[in-house]
Design a protein around this ligand. Sequence first.
Ligand SMILES: C[S@@+](CC[C@H](N)C(=O)[O-])C[C@H]1O[C@@H](n2cnc3c(N)ncnc32)[C@H](O)[C@@H]1O
Length: 235
Amino acid sequence: MADAPESHRQRPSPHGRLTCHDSGMSGEEWTTTEHAQRYLERADDYPHRATGEATLLAQIPSSARRVLDLGTGDGRLLRIIAGERPDLVGVGLDFSAPMLDAARRYLDGQERFTLVEHDLVEQLPELGSFDVVVSSFAIHHLEDERKRSLYGEVFELLEPGGVFANLEHVASPTKRLHEAFFEAIGEPLSDEDPSDRTLDVESQLGWLRELGFADVDCYWKWLEMALLAGVKPAK
Ligand SMILES: C[S@@+](CC[C@H](N)C(=O)[O-])C[C@H]1O[C@@H](n2cnc3c(N)ncnc32)[C@H](O)[C@@H]1O
């Protein structure tokens, strides 16, 4: 990229939507029933979200058998994947008990999905290897250093040829575009949340390349919603 973007790293994000709310800086509000419920009630409201999710789904190789969803929430991505790919089994990971309770309800009867309570601030637990690792609007809650180290852990647990697809809330390159995002999702800027840690697309794509991922790109983007993906090279 020719120009360095204005500094919008760790920019806070909209109330009750993709992101945290309330006053905390740690993201622990997600562990409250109220906060989780507020997000879930509005999760379908984002413009163009379904297009991003469909683009993510399209990155899953037909040969894939095992998927991991980081920050699974109520299992939204796993349900979408389950609808299209009845052959896949997987794990949904989150640190929020209310979210995991919702995931259990929504994934009722889907014994092929296991739910794991884990704080992504900590190194991933032993989960085995995966053909696909996905995430949706969750990793931006982590500090930048942890985002990068998590991407490295994802690379390690992917099988050769495996895909990492992160549908993420990213930072805008300019203040005007950041304001345009808020306007587009119908949220006042005053609802920005200081606990979010959005990061620009280019930095994250650079990390993925440095870590060894191939075919790294932003596969879809609409304002501050972007699908960042890469493939672990086959041996
Ligand atoms: C905006 S919601 C997205 C949920 C789901 N992926 C979706 O697309 O609907 C963010 C999710 O990230 C989870 N999360 C935030 N910080 C986390 C952390 N440190 N460890 C694990 N999960 C976290 C929250 O509990 C919440 O379920």
